[in-house]
Design a protein around this ligand. Sequence first.
Ligand code: FSX
Ligand code: SF4
Ligand code: F3S
Length: 375
Amino acid sequence: MKCTACQEVDTGGTLGSGLSRRDFMKICTAAAVYMGLDASFGAQIAEAATAKRLPVIWISGQDCTGCTETLLRATHPTLEHLILDLISLDYHETLQSGCGKQANEALEAAIKAGGYVLVAEGSFPTKDGGIYCKINGEPVVDILAKAGKNAAACIAIGSCSSWGGMPSADPNPTEARSAAAIFKMKGLDKLAVMNIPGCPPNPYNFLSAVLYFVTFGKLPELDDKGRPKFAYSRLIHENCERRAHFDAGRFAEKFGDKGHGEGWCLYKLGCKGPETYNNCSTLTFGDVGASSWPVGMGAPCFGCSEQGVGYTVGLHSPARLVNVTPPSFFTPIEGEKGGGVTVGAAAVAAAVVGAVVGAGLATSKSVGQAEDGKK
Ligand code: FSX
Ligand code: SF4
Ligand code: F3S
């Protein structure tokens, strides 16, 4: 049996955005595989996505609009394909053509109809009744709660809506909170919320999750921080293209030095890849090929997506080495006997006792050996 998408391919059909059905099938198959499903689910996703457009209400609070911007950089599917073919975007301050009374009426009508996915972008100020971010004279925190009441689920896009992000950085002057925290405050803790953190997040993590919801009518499997496991179950460090240099003790010491230019590990420049769960190192950004992600281009990961890391700890302070498993052939820690301490051993030490400072010292020692030609 053919899905609707295949039948359209036979007739040379295109979707409203001009995308051919064949290309749409490819996108759906790629999304299925990316989410860890069998490729055969591609047809099911395509059928579900074209059968009925999912109503979406998008509420923006305190944000830089980077999360909406990131969707403009997606090519499979493009933003216009998303909003013309796959979803019915009933309210979005940045993208809608209507404004003022017309926009407010569209929002009220969509809320009344119910059954939509609520996308929350940005954080939500709670201090002084939420007066630090208002839309149409109403605190956005109240609008979010109102829209949360009739929503089928909420997707919090970006670090701001997932855990507070940049606006919540110390001293958090507006008492900015995440979308999930607002629902809890307002007695809506039963609403299913999925977090897609990142500042901004990778658009494909968001788009794949939307396709999953459209197809299966529920959110994909989430971790204990409400993130989809298909995207956030691995540390960046585990699949980093500079990882071989970390294991071998070759570190850039300064921006622009020889090691930095030769693609060595950025741990000593403050890279937070060892404590940040995200798929930046495998998915990359912007559809321009290999290395198009922060570390690939020489910028240490600052943990933009990880609660308690991004906007919380120093940009260049060393990462806490958690759950970093070095190869089994690494020698055990011999520091106390005065022998050499390998980076792998240092990672074990840090993982076991959380000795951040110890790891920093140990890696320096290892680097010294490498530069002396002893390694
Ligand atoms: Fe926050 Fe999104 Fe960072 Fe910006 O809108 S996650 S500040 S990239 O854009 O909310
Ligand atoms: Fe890559 Fe950073 Fe890990 Fe080095 S510390 S291997 S640059 S993720
Ligand atoms: Fe953010 Fe680090 Fe990825 S800074 S974009 S989580 S590499």
